[in-house]
Ligand binder design. Structure first.
Ligand code: NAD
Length: 487
């Protein structure tokens, strides 16, 4: 039996109990064991966090950009130094394999703090010459920002929101997903240790109701969500009440296009990365795999062989490649989608089975599923499943592939595999997706903006682009000439 942690709110630089003493249990998805008792924030707690954020903002926004950058870079170093401990916690909380969390999550969070720490010092407005007068712009913070996270990459999401927000001089109240509350508090502790003034980064825990207290709060200037499209709609509507700015990183049903001249082994790797990494619980996954009809059989044969060799097991075992899905409830939904896909007439070529023998019976361990004989109208092919489920489709020519790839209300990501780079660039120019990969899939370097087209989101995280979404411009006109009165 694992030791049960007490996971409190983090407000004004200290761990605090919820005002009404309310808590909820946090489970290890692989074993079903309670690993933490989590303090649930109500209105009094959110108000306390807002008050702390005001105080933090006053200190933080008055510091120079260079000073702010130094603290963020120090936090990046501290995060990296604690990689192993945090990766273990992330695996316990998410069920994702330690071989992923130990190289991906903490590193990506640290990269983000480092990147925005480095560019913070360069944030500036511009000078505009107007002849007898001039204008200049000041790039100013928005104020208090709310960050609301999904459960799949908790440390990364906390850092992807905190780093640009803080670099621009804002303060933040972050609410991790209720299923994965453990590491956001660690990020908060590390930021404090790096020298972040109290109240600049606060963590409140809870469910949708706690999120709503943030999105409807009149003193919060902006909300950034990572979550489902339906949640995005609700949050946009709630934010409208006080005209908050919103950044939405939502779901998708992204396409991967594999042309007849593609390196097939590379395309198989891309399709596996885009469907089975993190048990398929990745928003940008390329779950609609369009393969040219002339190479489809060869592609499928290699894909199946390599997928069947994946090692499913205890997420803490360094050899495990497929761990547990986030919860039994989510596992039910994934299994239902697999069953429905078969009823719709798609052919389950391999996987799609839930392991029910001990020690797997207490978690959602599902073997990676590959469906063939799919068509574009099936729910299997249209709806986000957020599990290890790949749908294979075939096409005859480029035009057809592009049209079908775009026939979705989503537009988060897309992948193209071909040896002909002219064809690759011509294709991505026509794909309706915010992130496109050529001959690779699901890589998210912090230098590259990340975000969706269409219903997959609004705004961008990462890259210089993120600065636009966490700051506002003030224009100042300065008269040097005479002021002629028309009156
Ligand atoms: P979710 O939408 O259920 O929850 C996300 C967060 O929103 C949670 O913290 C939740 O408590 C909060 N929330 C829910 N309803 C709310 C409301 N009405 N008001 C305020 N807050 C509310 O998503 P999830 O199940 O945690 O995550 C999976 C989803 O996230 C998938 O759809 C996936 O595609 C998406 N996702 C997107 C990205 C991206 O960057 N585009 C990254 C990861 C996950």
């Amino acid at each position: 039996m694992a030791e049960i942690q007490n996971c409190k709110l983090y407000i004004a630089g200290t761990h605090q109990d919820a005002a009404d003493g309310e808590t909820f249990d946090n489970l290890n998805p692989a074993t079903g064991e309670v690993i933490a008792r989590v303090h649930q924030a109500g209105k009094a707690d959110v108000d306390r966090a807002v008050e702390a954020s005001h105080k933090g903002f006053a200190v933080w926004s008055a510091m120079t950009c260079a000073e702010r950058g130094r603290i963020l870079r120090r936090a990046a170093d501290l995060l990296r130094a604690r990689n192993d401990e945090l990766a273990r916690l992330e695996t316990l909380d998410t069920g994702r394999p330690i071989q992923e969390t130990s190289v991906e999550d903490i590193n990506s969070g640290a990269d983000c703090l480092e990147y925005f720490g480095a560019i913070a010092a360069g944030l500036a407005g511009e000078h505009i010459d107007l002849g007898q007068s001039f204008a200049y712009t000041r790039r100013e913070p928005l104020g208090i920002c709310a960050g609301i996270g999904a459960w799949n990459y908790p440390t990364q999401i906390a850092c992807w929101k905190a780093a640009p927000a803080l670099a621009c001089g804002n303060s933040m109240i972050f609410k991790p997903a209720e299923l994965t509350p453990l590491t956001a508090v660690k990020v908060a502790e590390i930021l404090s240790e790096a020298g972040l003034p109290d109240g600049v980064f606060n963590v409140v825990h809870g469910f949708a109701e706690t999120g709503q207290l943030l999105t409807r709060h009149p003193e919060i200037a902006k909300v950034s969500l990572t979550g489902e499209v339906g949640t995005g709609r609700k949050i946009m509507a709630d934010a409208a009440g006080t005209v908050k700015q919103v950044t939405l990183e939502l779901g998708g049903k992204s396409p991967i296009l594999i042309f007849d001249d593609a390196d097939i082994d590379r395309a198989v790797t891309g399709a596996m990365l885009g469907n089975f990494y993190s048990g398929g619980e990745i928003c940008s996954n390329g779950t609609r795999v369009f393969v040219h009809e002339s190479v489809k059989d060869a592609f499928l044969e290699r894909l199946v062989a390599r997928t069947e060799a994946l090692k499913i097991g205890d997420p803490l075992d360094p050899d495990t490649q497929v761990g547990a899905l986030i919860s039994l409830e989510h596992t039910e939904k994934v299994m239902q989608a697999i069953a429905d896909g078969q009823k719709e007439g798609a052919r389950l070529v391999t996987g799609g089975q839930r392991l029910t023998e001990p020690p797997f019976d207490r978690g959602g361990f599902v073997t990676p599923a590959i469906f063939d004989a799919c068509n574009d109208d099936m729910n299997l092919v249209r709806e986000e499943i957020f599990g290890p489920v790949l749908s294979l489709l075939s096409f005859k020519d480029d035009e057809e592939a592009i049209t079908r790839a775009n026939a979705t209300p989503y537009g988060l990501a897309a992948g193209v595999f071909t040896r002909d780079l002219t064809r690759a660039h011509r294709t991505v120019a026509r794909l309706q997706a915010g992130i496109c990969w050529i001959n690779n899939y699901n890589l998210t370097p912090i230098e590259m903006p990340f975000g969706g087209y269409k219903q997959s989101g609004l705004g961008r995280e990462n890259g210089k682009a993120a600065i636009e979404y966490y700051s506002q411009l003030k224009s100042v006109y300065v008269e040097l000439g005479e002021l002629e009165s028309p009156y």
